[in-house]
Design a binder for this molecule. Structure first.
Ligand code: OMD
Ligand code: FE2
Length: 455
């Protein structure tokens, strides 16, 4: 069990100021930042010459013509344009990284509710590039729909090695140890309880300041993650825009032989370059990586009776063309009070059109007090029934309904409209629990046509 599972392991209150040095606050803002004074052209994007001899380059994260609300692009002012950080690509071994629909026929594991124990760290060196172990894929990356769920088991920092993904955006949920992403845009540090989002195309490398790190990774092939509409909830609570943080510009001026890896069309490629591609001295725009501390999420829930749909806990949503039908929703089950009266408080038994991949960052998940452990994963695929295990049902049906604080817990779900296909690696992993469905075996028949509950 991880140290992070200790209750109250980390409180965001320990920060002395709301202002986070090295980051800019806000979600989807048009940011501007420069590591050297005067590096950003004033009031224009492409002057004939740029201070410090920088090159201007646009990175488009949406079609040029996307509507205002979804139009994303950034102007980068860099030591060399990206074409100089590129050369002849060669295809390289993609290890256990898979892309939809590749996993579709990889395994003949029968359908069913699945759960994995935490996968052990590999005994060989792994980086972000070689340490992404794909568990499920959904949809089709070529048509820009669906997602993949990976577990990242990284044992070594990337050294003069860099990476970008053209297929999808990464949402990284730190689970064990901290992660440092050195990106073109600046440096993002996250620890368990925090997430980072790296949009597609952004070049970065992962360093491990505290040793081997485990993270859950959602690769989103669809429209970029954004904040969900709040409807009647109004302007506050859930994930508040001010709590998202985008790094200020930071650059490397490093002339050393380096490798740039690219994930493109489900394959992995490498090209050799003579310098660091993290050479952006200044940038402005609204297409940029960011991080978010999940402990700043302000949960809204039923305060009298019943258990609402888990969509109340949506942190970020990647929409599809169909309103309300997400390509992926990122939903969390954070620390909160349970107060509902005359209510079965854990998740209800259910079957869902959407498919649910879950992970546990720390603590205990109320529907599965045993067997779902920090670092583990579960998959409740499209229309496959699930809900509390027998122990959780008995407890929740009989316990006195006082207000209870679910403390020191953080679970999450990647919920997609597409069925999730299990990779051969995940299907054959020793971490796959052999008899997960046994957790429901002891659910008793309570039916009695003469039994009525007291009012
Ligand atoms: O299945 C799960 O554990 C996730 C979940 C939680 C919840 O409170 C309601 C529905 C749901 O799918
Ligand atoms: Fe569910």
């Amino acid at each position: 069990m991880n140290v992070q599972s200790v209750s109250g392991f980390h409180s965001p209150d320990r920060r002395r100021s709301a202002i986070l040095p090295g980051y800019m606050s806000g979600f989807g803002n048009s940011f501007e930042t420069e590591a050297l004074e005067g590096a950003l052209p004033i009031g224009r994007n492409s002057p004939q010459k740029i201070n410090y001899g920088l090159y201007a380059e646009q990175l488009s994260g949406s079609p040029f013509t996307a509507p205002q609300a979804t139009n994303q692009r950034t102007w980068l002012y860099r030591i060399r344009p990206s074409v100089k950080h590129s050369g002849r690509f060669v295809k390289v071994d993609k290890a256990l990284m898979r892309t939809a629909p590749a996993a579709k026929d990889e395994s003949d594991l029968p359908i069913g509710q699945l759960r994995w124990d935490p996968m052990p760290f590999p005994t060989h060196d792994t980086t972000f590039v070689t340490g992404l172990f794909t568990i499920t894929t959904a949809g089709d990356s070529d048509t820009q729909v669906g997602m993949a769920a990976h577990v990242l088991l990284a044992t070594r920092s990337m050294d003069n090695a860099y990476f970008f993904n053209a297929d999808g955006e990464y949402l990284i949920v730190a689970q064990e140890n901290s992660l440092r992403f050195r990106t073109e845009f600046g440096i993002i540090d996250i620890e368990p309880g925090e997430i980072a989002v790296i949009p597609r195309g952004v070049i970065f490398k992962l360093e491990l300041p505290a040793g081997p790190a485990r993270a859950y990774v959602c690769e989103n092939y669809g429209g970029a993650f954004t904040l969900p509409d709040r409807g009647p909830i109004g302007a506050n609570c859930l994930a508040n825009p001010r709590d998202f943080h985008t790094p200020v510009a930071a650059y490397e001026d490093k002339e050393e032989p380096s490798s740039l890896f690219a994930k493109w069309g489900g394959e992995l490629y490498r090209t050799e370059i003579g310098q660091s591609p993290l050479d952006v001295v200044a940038w402005h725009g609204n297409y940029a990586p960011y991080k978010y501390d999940l402990r700043h999420f302000s949960p809204v829930n039923a305060v009298l009776f019943d258990h609402p749909d888990p969509s109340i806990f949506t942190v970020l949503t990647a929409p599809s063309e169909t309103p309300g039908t997400a390509n992926v929703d990122f939903v969390i089950f954070p620390e909160r009070w349970a107060v509902a009266e005359n209510t079965f408080r854990p998740p209800w038994y259910h079957r869902n059109l959407m498919s649910e991949f879950m992970g546990l960052v720390y603590g205990v998940y109320d529907a599965k007090p045993e067997g779902f452990v920090p670092g583990g994963m579960s998959l409740h695929n499209q229309m496959l029934p699930h809900g509390p295990d027998a122990m959780a049902f008995e407890h929740a049906s009989n316990v006195e309904l006082k207000p209870v604080k679910l403390e020191g817990t953080l679970a999450f779900m990647f919920e997609t409209r597409f069925p999730q296909r299990v990779t051969k690696f995940a299907a054959e992993s020793a971490a796959l629990q052999k008899d997960y469905i046994a957790c429901w075996r002891d659910l008793k028949k309570h039916f009695d046509p003469n039994r009525r509950e007291p009012k």
